[in-house]
Every structure is written in C-alpha cells, then in structure tokens.
Ligand binder design. Structure first.
Ligand code: UDP
Length: 341
C-alpha cells in the first residue's frame, strides 16, 4: 500500500549511480538511500543539504505543518533528491532499498507544541513506531532526534546522558518531553528485541539560518525584534540559562553519530552557557540597535532554569566538539534574518 498523499520529483524504482574509480574497469554502485523525516524543517533541511552533498540519494518527507518547502526548494532540481508530502504518524511506505532513516519530524518550539499537542504526541510515538517498523522491514539504520527536553527542568548541571531528568508529564511541555522519552524507550526496545541498528541524538538548543522568524524561540524572537527596533521580550528575569549550538556543528555531530557504532543516547550541543538576558544584550549589540529595550514578561510554566550539555561522550566516541563560536554563529544567523525580516 502506498499511502503518501503527494510526491514530488519521485524517482521510484530508478536508481541513480555513484561511480567508483578503480585501477580496473569503472564500477557503478547505486547511491545509498536515506529517508529524512521533517525534511522541510530547520534541522531536516540542513540534513538534506548535507546528505545530498555527501552523495546519498535523499528522500525527504514532511507534512508541512511547521516546515516550509522554501527550505528545500533548491534541492528539487537535483536527481538525488525526492520529496514526499506525508504525515509519518500514518503508515509510511518507501519503495526500494533504504540504507538509512533520520527521524526529525516534530513540532519543536514551545509555542508549536502548545498549539499542536496531539500531533506532537503522535509524531513522537506513532510516527517513531512506523519508522522503526520501516527500518526493521528494510534493514535500515535509524537515527532518532531526541532532545535536551528529556532532562526537563534539570536537577543536575551540566546534563550528562546518565541523568534521568525531571519532567512534569502533565505540564504544558509534557506533550513534547514525554513523546521524546517514549521515542527513546521504543527505539531501545526495537534495538534490543528486533536488533534494529538504532542511534539516539539528544539535541540541545540549536540556531542558524532557516529558523522561522515567528517560531517563538528566544533567538529568532530577539533577532527579529532587534532588527525591527521593537522591545526585546525576555521571559522571567532572564537569569535562566541555555547553551546555543550553531547548526553546522550540530549536523556534523549527527553525521558522525549515524556512522558510529554506538546505540545509547548521545548529547550533541555547545556547552557555552549564557543567560537569556545576556543573549538579548549580545544580539542587540550585534545588530547595533540602541533603540530597543528589554521588556520583561512572565516566565512560561515549567520553563527550565538551566541547561548545558555535558559532551564528554561525543568528544570520546565521535571525536566531535563544536567549532563555531557564538560570535561567529550569531553573525551568520543575522545575515539570514536580515533577508527575511
Ligand atoms: N524566551 C524569552 N523570550 C522569548 C522566547 C523565549 O525570554 O521571546 C526564553 C524562554 O522562556 C526560555 C529561553 O528563552 O527560558 C529559551 O527559550 P526557547 O523557546 O528558545 O527554547 P527552550 O530552550 O525553552 O526550548
């Protein structure tokens, strides 16, 4: 049964070939095929770019409830990219071979998952179940996008992977946090029971080009407010901390984790911690805005007070650490926001 509702640039049944130049005759091998869910989103679209550039055949999938085709329209002309408009909470079918799956579909900003609590729970649970089933049927290696939200409002700082977290299951963030915790549990169950090759990345706050101006998160909100000369909306007194990773560093960490021999959860993020008030001030200084002032608004319920990844596992196993400083990353991101605000 083919359940996708729309399909663009669909190369079903046709294999593109990669060439291996040897000292003997030219050998042609089919491209490795990878399914990326959430392909039209912020992280999904950067992953599509990376895997297309690495010579994979990329099958992007997205239901476009928060993603945008603008993020991937430049890929549609390529022979090694195709796109399915499909909701992965429903049965997923992909024809042909499939070596890898990256599951990145989900509303991911607090205002999105507050607006779409049931879709958020479904994509983390039913969607993950469907994709694990697909991985099992095709013999694919599957990497699941988990999150620092599994640590909730953490009582241990910085957060290492052995920490079990402090999550309110019935609070406003519970729909996202518990979906992701279930996602990790079912992924481990498929690994242990069906011997599916699984990878779990716990993603900490990430920023860069293609973040939505109005996704409600601090960084795009502050940048667009500073560019427009509007007040900067700091929630609470701004003393809560986060640690922001530039998107290119994150993608490199994910690329390495996919290819590593390691199935337990792995934190990927930048340990450089900053208060939200300091972030607002850094962005104002970068934009060169002397008009905007900080305006303090009430802190959302269950907003974590601190967050910082312990990345010693990624350093040991992936030989990965972030390379792009916040100064450089913010500069690159500002160029993008100037073009969209
Ligand atoms: N925040 C803020 N102003 C905004 C949006 C967010 O002060 O306009 C705060 C939010 O309360 C949180 C921090 O910034 O403490 C990071 O929020 P974000 O939504 O970016 O991500 P989170 O890490 O909470 O998922």
């Amino acid at each position: 049964m083919i359940s996708f509702s729309e399909c663009y640039n669909h190369a079903c049944g046709h294999f593109l070939f990669r060439q291996i130049i040897t000292f003997g005759p030219l050998i042609k091998l089919p491209l490795k095929r990878i399914l990326i869910t959430g392909a039209a989103g912020f992280l999904g679209s950067h992953l599509c770019d990376r895997f297309v550039a690495e010579g994979f055949h990329v099958i992007g999938m997205d239901n476009l409830i928060t993603g945008s085709l603008v993020n991937i329209e430049h890929l549609f002309k390529l022979e090694n990219f195709e796109f399915y408009h499909h909701d992965v909470s429903k049965f997923v079918h992909v024809p042909g071979k499939l070596e890898y799956i990256l599951h990145f579909a989900s509303p991911a900003s607090p205002i999105d998952y507050l607006k779409m609590p049931i879709q958020t729970l479904k994509v983390g649970s039913l969607g993950t179940h469907n994709l694990l089933g697909l991985a099992r049927a095709k013999g694919s290696r599957i990497l699941i996008a988990s999150t620092s939200e599994v640590y909730g409002d953490p009582l241990i700082h910085p957060q290492h992977e052995e920490y079990w977290g402090n999550v309110n299951p019935v609070g406003p963030r519970g729909v996202y946090d518990e979906a992701k915790r279930f996602q990790e549990a079912i992924t481990m169950a498929y690994h242990n029971t069906h011997k599916v090759e699984t990878r779990i990345v716990r993603i900490f706050n990430t920023y860069g080009p293609r973040m939505r101006v109005k996704d409600g998160r601090a960084l795009p909100a502050f940048m667009s407010q500073a560019l427009r000369g509007e007040p900067i909306t700091v929630f609470g007194d701004g003393s809560q901390t986060r640690s922001f990773c530039y998107v290119d560093d994150l993608i490199e960490g994910i690329f390495r984790l996919l290819h590593a021999d390691y199935h337990l959860p792995m934190n990927i993020g930048n340990p450089s911690e900053i208060t939200i008030k300091e972030l607002a001030e850094e962005i104002l200084a970068l934009v060169g805005n002397t008009q905007s002032t900080l305006t303090f608004q009430s802190l959302p319920l269950d907003d974590p007070k601190v967050r910082q990844p312990d990345i010693s596992r990624a350093i040991d196993i992936l030989e990965w650490s972030p390379q792009i400083s916040r100064t450089e990353g913010l500069k690159r991101t500002l160029e993008y926001f100037k073009s969209v605000v």
